[in-house]
Design a protein around this ligand. Structure first.
Ligand SMILES: [Zn+2]
Length: 187
């Protein structure tokens, strides 16, 4: 009886941990081009850098997958990068899209690429914040990363504009993330 109770608690804990992860679309799921990027030197990542794409938003799986392919093509063809720059992107369909992914060095914020997970939300958030689905998915993705030791439990969260002069992640979204857990106003 006692061991059954312990087992039940263990199973409940296990499901609670995996429940923190959002719906994840891996690279094959959005039709990513093959790429090989460097392993993140500083793991688990001590920083999380939030971005917007400054482009169109998406609310369907088809539209978000298309956005991911567009961004990857732009980063590889126009910028000459090895892959899409972000580690993860989140759509307003509530899904998290694997960019370079966990444990890989991104190309998104000078000074932080070797020590962070760069997470973008697909869209332009100058005047409006991402919808509830995207905000929840982004926060779950961070919790998921911490639970699986891809992000440090004592991580700090910043917006891209705190690393370099840029409007990213948009005025409205930046004001929103200032209220998120682990936000660092003075990185
Ligand atoms: Zn950015």
């Amino acid at each position: 009886m006692k061991s059954l109770a312990v087992l039940a608690i263990a199973l409940a804990t296990l499901s609670a941990v995996s429940a923190q992860c959002p719906r994840i679309i891996n690279r094959a799921g959005w039709g990513a081009r093959a790429a090989n990027t460097a392993v993140l030197p500083n793991r688990p990542a001590p920083w999380v850098v939030i971005h917007h794409t400054a482009g169109s938003s998406c609310t369907t799986d088809a539209a978000c997958a298309q956005q991911m392919r567009n961004i990857q093509n732009h980063h590889m063809n126009n910028n000459g990068w090895a892959d899409i720059g972000y580690n993860w992107c989140v759509g307003e369909n509530g899904a998290a899209y694997e960019g370079r992914g966990w444990g890989r060095q991104g190309a998104h914020a000078p000074g932080y690429n070797h020590q962070s997970m760069g997470i973008c939300v697909i869209g332009t958030f100058t005047n409006n914040i991402p919808n509830q689905a995207a905000r929840t998915a982004t926060q779950r993705l961070i919790s998921c990363g911490v639970s699986n030791n891809h992000i440090s439990g004592s991580y700090w969260l910043i917006g891209h504009r705190q690393a370099v002069a840029t409007a990213c992640p948009g005025n409205a979204f930046f004001n929103e993330i200032r209220n998120w857990p682990r936000f660092n106003p003075n990185p």
